[in-house]
Design a protein. Structure first.
Length: 180
């Protein structure tokens, strides 16, 4: 057990490098770097510009539309151009004029948008919950295959499909954080 725990912690260290558990760093849809190295959310553009103190943001059509604790910004991820606004009214007008308001769903973020990064940490620190749940799911999966022949009208199969579809949706939304 000690060997297993040591190996898991070693691999967790490779993934997090020198970050702490709450620090994160991810590539935006436009290949820029969004991160929180411990002193607040920031965006580092490819050409070197860095925007600090991000409060809320969303990704839409190669833009990052965000609020900071001091002003409002719109970043064109293709060119690296940063438009700053002193007030919300001018910012909203610019968004409306340039068709940057999502029609279906605005996915606002205030922190790390990727959930699967924390999966290993959840499994380690909440092992007394995660291990029984994994075994329960595997038992239900076995029941749905062995006795229900994976028939969608049977209860175990429904549970398996709901769990798999939920996990699949979370993973897909992690890979595509854009608003629609």
């Amino acid at each position: 057990m000690r060997l297993f725990l040591s190996i898991v912690l070693l691999f967790a260290c490779f993934r997090t490098y020198s970050f702490g558990l709450s620090d994160w760093s991810h590539e935006t849809p436009g290949a820029n770097l969004m991160m929180d190295p411990g002193n607040g959310n920031s965006l580092r553009l490819k050409k070197g510009t860095e925007i600090h103190d991000l409060k809320l943001w969303y990704f839409y059509k190669d833009y990052v539309i965000a609020t900071t604790y001091h002003d409002y910004i719109i970043v064109d991820e293709r060119t690296g151009q940063v438009n700053r606004f002193a007030n919300e009214h001018g910012w909203n007008d610019y968004i409306g004029q340039h068709d940057m308001k999502p029609l279906i769903w605005t996915r606002w973020y205030s922190d790390n948008w990727v959930d699967y990064d924390m999966l290993l940490i959840w499994l380690i620190f909440l092992f007394y919950i995660s291990i029984p749940l994994i075994f329960l799911f595997l038992w239900i999966f076995y029941q749905s295959i062995r006795y229900e022949c994976f028939n969608i009208r049977k209860p175990y199969t429904k549970v398996v499909l709901i769990v798999l579809m939920t996990l699949g949706s979370v993973i897909i939304l992690d890979f595509y954080p854009q608003s629609f």
